[in-house]
Design a protein around this ligand. Structure first.
Ligand code: CDP
Ligand code: MG
Length: 890
């Protein structure tokens, strides 16, 4: 009996000791045999990755190899009925050899960090280890915990009602696993359920508003955002016995926050006598932000390192630096690989290595003889949607690179026996928003007689390991969301990845046999990549995060134990916005400036803020939703917010056309769209809602015709965006209903058009939400130069901004407008514009206005000395108070 498992269970009531003793015996046998099996398995051709020892201070016991310690006997063993094939596949995973070490460390320590290469089995196996050791069941310390528990009356009552204190509700031993990506949460829950031969009501998932969690759920995969919401309802997370934070190396914003929160929840649970285990899993060894952070954990948690089972991957760089057309280049490279190189798979492993060797040699001698013919009609390429929000990752995979350009040639020559070009390519897409059934396809064997080719976004970089991949083509790019520091407006941009990401991508080729990675960029370009990409939290506005934290009553956000704190300016900007939106209680404006500032950074949440925090949208949009019960505006606001959240609802007509025919077609479409845009925007007062009315009208009209592909195609709408809007409308309706239980809303896809009065209310609601996005047109008397003709002044930018030509208000030029976002092309353009009545501003946005006597030195909206418009944040609004001294505000 190891001290670890004893300490965990030493206060067990004795009633069921005999029973347990039996179970212990069983466990001992079965789990030992697993380990032996794993150890016996010969690993020929396997290169063990050389990894640095994690930082080991006196307080950081680095766990030893299993063989160095006497085998641990788990006190509880829950048998799992796995199929022989599954069992065999499991035993090949490196993590199986570490089960003892891992479980011992978990028994002995409240917080454990597990590092291991992607594909080593962390995500699928650790929950199973925990399940088998009783962490998911009513046995073990949960039973004891119930006796000690003082606070949780309802749970105790439930327990008493079942009349069985010894068998508490199964939900009270849940193992929770968080993933930063929806794709991984769904796919991993399915995989683990299958491996354990358990139903989806026991091994379940929850992502935003979708999931299959039941009362019986014992292993629950969820996105990190879902767990954060649960903490709001139950800070102690009392239904969980273990929380696993997976993919911590991705440093997603919510993952970082969860680790900060859990660093406080774990000791609290300890104090209450309901210990909670926290396991942080990472694909890299770069965990110092977690371990060497005494604000986070008072005792350094142990770091367990799982050996990687990585085969060598040969990296080939392009000679040239590419290439705007990286997807075309990928396509060509895939074609070359397909017609030149043998496929992967256990059977022809030896052959393919030999083949590659021959090949490389022959190329060096410039004698590439065997060049088979390509049959271009032999495969189909499924288009891949890239609009998904995939993250860059930080990894530490060491794939050595060489500068060989595998120029495979295009000439005609005789068929190579070993190549698989005669097989059709079986091409599958893989990305976050893909339907789960379709995602699951990549894990199945391709149809007999075909060769698998997966076209994937970053999801395949670390979250999902597709077995048997031998060749990786890496374009070196990632599509990432970028945030403008000033406006906070985000946009997707394609940029270079980090070196760590590139190495991680290369590593995917060496999971089951030696592989090759073709980088479509030169080694010089690679050397210029960032080493790691920065944690997300340091790179984006944090108002949504701060609102969530305030909803958890974390008032002094600045003192929060972030693994990496966001910049103070970002925190201050977020608080300021939330105060202006009314989500936080404004601090008293007394005392010194310094005290005022400090007070500003620790405002408590307001009742409005609490409501806003329940909506899964950005705080500005949440405010709109919160205001919209008035005048039956909710269905319309829900639609507008959905349409604003889903990007690119309208088709782009400015793209370069490939042919004359296409040019004509684009022209026709454009004309048709402009016509529809006018109709959707309506007349007179309706039109003042501007582009938001167009969105509303487009969704309304589209739904009226049953949301068909044909309708979208004909009217310049993106069908996919429209379907996404429909889904979001459903989700937001559910969210609204959960706040105001009497609302009884349901989404009627076929909305009636809003009345004129409702449109006026909607404009005010939009203004109230987008208060910091107000812009004022520069008047004739203020015009300094032509640069400012038809220009607007915003609160945050020094430069003139303009209404985008695609806006229905482009020619109207209302004096005051609110915009959804500013995009920079040839000029700074406002998109998603709607008109504002000046007198609404002091009434709806008092925090942005100055009331009372005009200031002695009111910040001018332009500076006579320099002739430049100065960046004085409130200048837009001061003008309102000067112009409208008569407006009365309560
Ligand atoms: O989490 P980590 O990256 O360490 O590994 P994992 O996701 O647990 O994957 C372990 C193994 O299970 C890999 O070899 C995967 O290919 C395999 N797996 C699978 O075959 N089918 C799935 N749906 C998920 C994982
Ligand atoms: Mg994983």
């Amino acid at each position: 009996h190891s001290s670890g498992s004893e300490s965990e269970h030493e206060e067990e009531p004795s009633s069921s000791e005999e029973e347990e003793e039996e179970q212990k015996q069983e466990t001992e046998e079965s789990s030992t045999s697993e380990v032996v099996n794993a150890a016996e398995k010969p690993e020929e051709g396997v290169r063990k990755a050389v990894v640095d020892q994690p930082p080991a201070g006196p307080g950081a016991p680095v766990a030893q190899k299993a063989s160095n310690k006497p085998p641990c006997k788990p006190a509880v063993f829950i048998p799992v009925d796995r199929s022989p094939e599954i069992q065999e596949a499991r035993l090949k995973l490196p993590i199986l050899a570490e089960e003892q070490v891992i479980m011992e460390a978990i028994n002995e320590n409240p917080i454990v960090i597990i590092c291991g290469e992607t594909g080593s089995g962390k995500t699928t196996q650790v929950p199973q280890f925990l399940y088998e050791a009783g962490y998911a069941s009513g046995n073990g310390h949960v039973k004891w915990a119930f006796r000690q528990s003082e606070g949780n009356v309802t749970d105790l009552q439930k327990c008493l009602c079942t009349g069985n204190l010894l068998k508490p509700l199964s939900s009270n031993g849940t193992i929770g696993i968080t993933e930063p990506r929806r794709v991984a949460a769904v796919s991993m829950s399915q995989r683990v359920a299958k491996e354990m031969n358990l139903s989806h009501s026991v091994v379940s998932y929850q992502i935003r508003y979708e999931g299959n969690v039941t009362d019986e759920t014992q292993i629950k995969f969820m996105t990190d955002g879902v767990l954060l919401k649960e903490i709001q309802k139950d800070f102690l997370l009392s239904k969980y016995k273990v929380i696993i934070i997976d993919e911590a190396h991705e440093r997603s914003m919510y993952t970082d926050i969860l680790i900060g929160l859990l660093s406080r929840i774990v000791p609290l649970r300890q104090k209450k006598g309901l210990p909670l285990k926290l396991i942080i899993m990472s694909a890299t060894l770069r965990v110092e932000d977690f371990t060497d952070n005494n604000r986070l954990f008072s005792v350094k948690p142990p770091v367990i390192q799982v050996d990687s089972r990585q085969f060598p991957v040969t990296v080939h760089f392009n000679k040239k630096t590419p290439l705007d057309d990286y997807s075309g280049e990928c396509f060509r490279k895939v074609c070359k690989i397909h017609r030149m190189l043998p496929s992967g798979g256990e059977d022809d492993k030896e052959d393919s290595v030999e083949e590659m060797r021959k090949f490389t040699k022959s190329r060096k001698r410039r004698k590439v003889t065997a060049l088979p013919k390509i049959d271009l009609n032999n495969y189909s390429v499924v288009p891949v949607d890239e609009g998904d929000e995939d993250r860059d990752t930080d990894t530490d995979d060491d794939a050595a690179g060489s500068d060989i350009d595998l120029d495979l040639g295009d000439g005609d020559s005789e068929e190579d026996e070993k190549s698989d070009s005669s097989l059709p390519l079986y091409v599958l897409p893989l990305y976050s928003l893909l339907a789960p059934e379709k995602q699951a396809k990549v894990f199945r064997a391709p149809p007999p007689g075909t060769r698998l080719c997966v076209v994937a976004t970053n999801v395949a970089e670390t979250s999902l390991t597709i077995p048997g991949i031998k060749y990786v083509v890496d374009c070196g790019k990632v599509k990432k969301r970028f945030y403008d520091k000033i406006t906070g407006v985000s946009s997707f941009r394609v940029t270079w990845i980090s070196q760590a990401s590139a190495n991680q991508r290369a590593g995917r080729a060496g999971r089951t046999e030696p592989g090759h990675c073709y980088r479509l960029y030169s080694s010089a370009v690679f050397m210029d990549f960032e080493k790691f990409s920065a944690p997300e939290i340091t790179k984006r506005p944090v108002e949504d995060l701060i609102l969530q934290m305030k909803a958890l009553n974390i008032e002094k956000v600045i003192n929060f134990p972030f693994p990496t704190p966001p910049p103070t300016e970002a925190l201050a900007a977020a608080e300021e916005l939330l105060i202006a939106l009314g989500a936080l209680k404004e601090p008293p404006m007394t005392g010194r400036l310094k005290q005022q500032l400090a007070a500003k950074l620790s405002c408590p949440i307001s009742p409005l803020g609490r409501i806003m925090a329940t909506f899964p949208v950005a705080p500005r949009y949440a405010k709109m939703l919160a205001l919209s019960r008035q005048h039956d505006c909710l269905p319309y606001t829900i639609t507008i917010v959905s349409a604003m959240t889903v990007r690119e609802l309208f088709e782009e007509f400015d793209r370069p056309a490939v042919s004359e025919e296409e040019t004509a077609q684009l022209k026709r479409k454009r004309a048709r769209f402009l016509q529809m845009q006018k109709i959707w925007a309506g007349q007179g007062p309706m039109q003042k809602l501007g582009d938001l009315m167009v969105m509303l009208g487009a969704v309304g009209a589209c739904e009226y015709t049953g949301c068909t592909h044909k309708f979208c195609e004909e009217n310049g709408l993106r069908y996919k965006a429209m379907l996404e809007i429909r889904r979001l409308r459903g989700q937001l309706t559910t969210a609204v209903n959960s706040v105001c239980t009497d609302a009884g809303l349901y989404v009627d896809p076929k909305m009636k058009p809003p009345t004129e009065a409702q449109v006026t209310y909607l404009r005010q609601i939009v203004l109230a939400g987008l208060g910091d996005h107000v812009a004022r047109r520069i008047q004739a008397e203020e015009l300094l130069d032509d640069k400012w003709k038809n220009a607007y002044k915003t609160a945050l930018l020094e430069d003139p901004v303009f209404i985008h030509p695609s806006s229905v208000l482009f020619k109207e030029l209302p004096e005051f407008v609110v915009y959804q976002e500013i995009v920079e092309t040839t000029k700074l353009y406002m998109k998603g514009v709607s008109a504002v009545e000046p007198e609404w501003i002091p009434a709806l946005l008092p925090p942005y206005c100055h009331f009372g006597k005009p200031l002695e030195n009111p910040p001018p909206s332009y500076c006579p000395e320099t002739g430049r418009v100065r960046c004085h944040r409130p200048s837009v609004f001061y003008r309102v108070s000067w112009q409208l001294p008569a407006v009365e505000v309560d």
